[in-house]
Each structure stands twice: as C-alpha cells, then as structure tokens.
Design a protein. Structure first.
Lengths: 301, 190
C-alpha cells in the first residue's frame, strides 16, 4: 500500500495538502514566508503557560547561573560593584572617544544617550529545534522591546540582542550561538587592555584574534592571563548601553593557527550556558519599559 | 477520536518541546529528545493510518512555526513544511512497521520512536540541506546536523521507552484503539 494511497478518508484533499506542503518546504524562500514568524509568535504565546513554568521549574532544579553568596547583603554589594565597574569602564571609554574627537576635530560632539530602562523578564522557551539556539523571553513590543535591544543576565553579563519581537514575546540570539555575529571586546589585564574580536566556536565558548601589543620598555608581547575579565567594546555594531558589559573571562590563550606569532584568546561567559538561563534583563529605551513578567518586582536594578 | 484531547496533548507536547527539551540536551552537543515525536509515536502506533498522517502533519506544522531557522545573519526566519513533511514520513514509517511489534512493551514503543524519528530527521536534513544550498542563507552544517540528529533519535527512543506506560492511557483518552482498524491475527497479537 502506497503512502498517498493509504490515506483514504482525506480523498483528494490529502494529496493536495501534501504537495502544497512540499512546495512550501522546498521551493518558497524564507523571505517570502514573512508571515510565518507572526504565526510562530502566536503559537509560542499560546504554549507559554506550559513552557514558562516548566522552564522555571527546570532552572530551579538545575540552576545554570554561578553559585551566589549565601549572604544576601554581600550578594547585593557584589552586584552593585559589578554595575558600577561597568559604568566606570563605559564612561572611561566614552571620555576617551570624546577626547579623541576633540583632539581631531576641535569640536565637541554630543555624547550618545546611554540611559536605559531595565526590564527583568523570564525565559519562557527556546526554538523547537535545537539547531536554532534562540531563546524566547516573556516581554514584547507592548513592553517597549525593540529589535536590537541588549539583553543581559544578572544586569552585567551580556547575553545577546533581540532578534525579533511579537507583542508579548521576543526572541534573543545569544552571543555564543553558532550563527551569532562576531564582535569586538577588550581584555582587562593588570595594567593593560588588549582588544580582540570574538566569535562563537561552539560549546558555549567564544574565540578571537588578540591585538598585538608590546611592552614599551621590554618590547615583549603583552599577553592576557587565564581568568582576566573580558568586556564588550564595539561602538560600531552594539548600542552605547551595551558597551563595557561583561562578556566573560579568559579561559585559554593559544597561538593563532593563521599567524603563529600572534595569539588567540578563548573566552567563557560567566554564566556556563547562556541558552539555559531562567531570567534575563532587557535594556530598553527609557520610558518604554513596563512591568513585564516579574510580578511585583521593580524595573530598576 | 477526541480532537479536544489531541489539541491538549499537542499543546503540552509543544510546551515541553520548547522548554524541557533544552534542559535535557546533553551539554552543548544539541542532542535532545523530541516530545512531539513521542506523541506522534503513541498516536501512530494505534490510530488508523489516514488519521495518523493528518495528526502528524499538524504536529509537524506546529514545530515548523516555532523553529527559528539558523540564518547566517541571525534574523528570525521560519518556513512552513520541512517538519510537516518529515513528521508525516516518520509516522508513515511507524505505521508500516507497527504490525511487526508483537507485544506493546515499552521497548517496542522505544523502537518505533527510534525508527520513525530516524526517517523524520533524515528528511529534515535533506530538506534543509537543499534549502541552504539553493534558497536561504543558513548556518547549516550537514555533517554536524547528521550526527547530532541521529543521536537525538536514540535519545527520543529512550525517552519514549520511559513514557511507554502512559501510551495505553493516552490512546484510551484519544479513543484510538488498535483493534478498530487492524483485522485478524495482527489485532490479536497486539
């Protein structure tokens, strides 16, 4: 008995449906199926009552965030310290940029407004196929979320950027996802900073070529150490609100396969797996954030 | 058949697919079970073929609309069809071999899920490889997908073995009985 022949009750409808589906599957490019993401967003919203609690339960049973100090006061101080460090690094970078512009142009350019509202929200699911690697958050356009907004975990660890938005959910592509774009970062060593360009290499890691910088006194190349902090610094591709957020820590420094005298750096985010976090914090345009899904929780950190 | 029960089952299975699946994945390998296919296996192991294909097609369509393609520029793109076709093919495989399963033991369900998901994943890989080559700019590595998805099939079979005790209950809720469409000795064996 053939496949089409075995479908008796469908009559002529079933072969037509099968052929139509095959045409969509094989011959219609994704750009001509622009209405499907809206349908997918609706489906994700409908299944959120199942996927949301299950995600939360799983993250509660097996948390992926680093173990936090048991002392609540110490933990809040630690978080405040990280936020202040991020602000200081961002301001230092902005000052340097303005100083350079002033020196070159003799004109003061108004600095970009990096003020943002923080929107804590829950992860409610992921792509149905794991090759997608995207993460779905319970906050959408009605909460002021826009495509390109920066997403963090614990307010300072950069997670990724919003790839698409529906009215109630948004999709985030983590920086460690296979298809994520490369970005520039700085390695903050003791007494020196080294620029690098990082891209995903799988396994939740990032790798990239390191700037060739030498000690002015000895002439020896400056190398980062394992454990040095790496922060995002890519003003051309990432918004001002993302600058100097934590990317991770140096896990290894290796010789470059392309140029043996140069080095590449392997970076691991402070959160072991960015695709498995339970909560995230969106950085949205000021005034647009609404209480999203963390019932009763303040918008600000 | 009770359509309300089917919709409830599809809702729960898709919810688990979007949440629990990632949690059960083996490290960063992407090897993970498919709860949607477990439901398709439970249905395909006893329902009449005509009904099985429609239900598998609907389940595949749900996976299609929630699967964000791995586009090279990170944009959200989804297409209708690959999973709908592939899941129907997987269900066809189960319908073809289900009469060979003399006893509905948990391992029989596990084997059905393994065989069906193998067919489904091979179809998915073929379709997306073709799309990546011709139409869409996808970050798609056929070799990597092949071993990841084949390992996922084994994982799905193992999960189905664990879920097998629920199968008769679900079939009763759905009101799909093996004897209603299989005649003679086969029904007696089952």
């Amino acid at each position: 008995m053939g496949f089409a022949g075995s479908v008796q009750s469908g009559g002529k409808v079933w072969p037509a449906v099968l052929v139509g589906t095959a045409i969509f599957a094989l011959f219609i490019p994704a750009r001509w199926q622009g209405w499907v993401p809206a349908l997918g967003g609706l489906t994700q919203t409908l299944v959120a009552p199942v996927s949301g609690p299950v995600t939360h339960l799983v993250r509660w049973v097996a948390p992926v965030t680093p173990p936090k100090p048991t002392d609540e006061h110490y933990a809040s101080l630690e978080q405040e310290n990280q936020q202040l460090r991020t602000q200081v690094f961002a301001q230092t970078q902005e000052n340097q940029r303005l100083r350079d512009q002033l020196a070159q142009l003799r004109v003061v350019v108004p600095s970009s407004n990096s003020n943002v509202d923080f929107l804590p929200t829950q992860v409610v699911g992921a792509s149905s196929d794991l090759s997608g690697q995207a993460v779905i958050l319970r906050a959408g356009s009605r909460d002021g979320v826009q495509v390109g907004d920066v997403v963090t975990t614990d307010f300072v660890q950069v997670m990724g950027r919003v790839a698409s938005v529906t009215s109630r959910t948004c999709t985030v592509l983590p920086i460690t996802a296979d298809k994520a774009e490369d970005f520039e970062a700085v390695v903050l060593g003791t007494g020196s900073t080294l620029r690098c360009r990082l891209g995903p290499i799988g396994g939740g890691l990032l790798r990239g070529d390191l700037e060739d910088k030498r000690d002015p006194q000895t002439g020896k190349p400056i190398e980062p150490k394992v454990g040095d902090e790496v922060r995002l610094s890519d003003p051309t591709r990432w918004p001002a609100s993302a600058q100097m957020l934590i990317v991770g820590t140096v896990q290894a420094v290796e010789p470059s396969p392309k140029q043996p005298l140069r080095k590449v750096v392997v970076v691991r985010p402070t959160v072991p797996d960015l695709t498995k976090v339970a909560e995230a914090v969106l950085r949205v345009a000021p005034g647009s954030a609404r209480q999203a899904s963390m019932g009763g929780k303040d918008d600000s950190p | 058949m009770r359509w309300a029960v089917f919709l409830l089952l599809a809702w729960v299975a898709l919810g688990l697919e979007l949440s629990l699946r990632k949690a059960l994945s083996l490290g960063h390998t992407g090897v993970a079970p498919s709860f949607v296919f477990c439901v398709v296996t439970i249905i395909a192991s006893s329902a009449p073929p005509s009904r099985v294909y429609w239900l598998a097609w609907i389940m595949g369509l749900l996976v299609d609309v929630t699967f964000m393609l791995p586009t090279a520029n990170g944009a959200d793109a989804r297409v209708i069809g690959p999973y709908a076709i592939s899941m129907t093919a997987g269900a066809f495989m189960i319908v073809s071999i289900r009469t060979l399963m003399y006893k509905r033991s948990p391992f029989a369900y596990g084997f059905l899920a393994l065989a069906g998901s193998l067919v489904m994943q091979v179809c998915v890989i073929a379709l997306f490889t073709l799309r990546a080559a011709v139409f869409d700019n996808l970050a798609w590595s056929t070799g990597h997908e092949l071993w990841t998805r084949l390992a996922s099939c084994i994982y799905t079979g193992a999960i189905m073995t664990l879920l097998a005790p629920l199968a008769p209950l679900i079939q009763r809720w759905l009101q799909i009985s093996p004897a209603s469409h299989i005649s003679g000795g086969t029904a007696a064996r089952i």
